[in-house]
Design a protein around this ligand. Sequence first.
Ligand code: BG6
Length: 504
Amino acid sequence: MYSTLKSQPVIIIIFGGTGDLNSRKLAPALYNLFLDGWLPDDFSIIGTGRTSLTDEAFAEKLLDGINKFSRRGKAKKDKWEAFSKHLFYQAADVKDVKTYKEFGTRIDKHNSEWKTIADVIYYLAVAPDLFPIIAENISKAKLAEDTKKTRIVIEKPFGHDLETSRSLNKLIGGIFNECQIYRIDHYLGKETVQNIMAFRFANAILEPIWNRNYIEHVQISVTEHLGVEDRGGYYDGSGALRDMIQNHLLQLLCLVAMEAPNSFNADEVRNRKVDVLNAMRKFEPEDIRMSTVRGQYTGGWMEGKEVSGYRDEVKVDKESNTETFAAIKFFIDNWRWKGVPFYVRTGKRMHQSASVISIQFRDVPHLIFPAEVSESWQQNRLIISIQPEMSIRLQVQAKRPGLEMALNTVDMVFDYKGTYASQAPEAYETLLLDTMVGDQTLFMRGDQVEAAWDLLMPILNAWEGRQSLNFPNYSADSWGPELAEALIARDGFHWFTLPLNGKK
Ligand code: BG6
């Protein structure tokens, strides 16, 4: 599929062209795709924003972002010059239909220059309240009539709750076909996340043990060292549940729990993920106290620097009830997983930045070794580390070398760094390329987004309806509120963490 791309001209119109997402992620990703030879000979990237800029000034802005954030470091002069010829800027008011007529003129100009009909991608890297108006104006200007050649990419958050995500789906779905809509969850583009399916479904040895008979519990933990930084305005209306669990963590959970799809077809894969979401046990109001924990960070010291508490962050309400940490115990009521708890947690300003899935297997049925030789005995664990370490490790027991019989836990490790010499692409490289070739496997379908909101609505309602009396309740540089330890400890487990190895 990717091989057809070279000959298919493409125009990418980035709404929010002068914004942070473009500088940090989209521009570096497009530039790396160009360097690796993935972009067609004829392509054009048109940034749009309210600021008035020349094409050159826009290119300079992107260069700055690339130099700072590209995985390859600073751009080389000759390559950059070749790439920047494809960059254009149009100052525009996205609420004004005239803007879209100008886009139409630009598209026609490229088409006649390239003597073909190019694919056109509308990338909405803007605040979510602008999604509807942009989609409507694209439609009014008749810029999305060709369902095979035009696509719209929508960043998260896709809706603020079930109701708003339903109306957004309805509105966008009334303008674009589902096959034209690319809802981003950037976690799905991460190399290690894509590997979960490969690992599960390309290896025969896993399937027989991948179920309630052998797996005792699963943990999915995405902790972040940073606080909300300069995103307080957005975050205070969102919180950890909306910002991370509704999308990234539930998607990771689906990848661990899904049945094998019939093929690697986008809808086959997404059907199996929706099955998981639909099988998840719904929360009754009385379950919420025992199955969920929310937290908010206080100020403190991190690596010798004083950091603000959440309520003192810029653009955050001084009495904010927004959670910066959430932990939830889920169940999936289906044949494979009945009775197996899935614990998820995520938080900001935590001790370590790490995204790790830990699958703990059941204990041996009978221990033949005396207690004193197996002091550090531990059940088998499979640990999928998504970032910053990219690895999969299986923890097993082994005999420690020596004359005595003594057991300890050792790791059998597949480490990306040690195995592959090449650098993994960034998630946005994969996702942008997939948008260009029209592969929706790694994008959220409308029903997936709604199913995820539906699952979380009782928790959102309970948390919003009841002010947390103990906020802020965890200190910066900690592992979150003590209640989160209790959530898992009640079942006899503890949160798994990878050794730090000097990384925070
Ligand atoms: C984003 C959230 O979707 O994901 C951020 O809005 C969060 O709050 C980020 O920091 C984490 O992504 P990554 O790729 O850095 O793990």
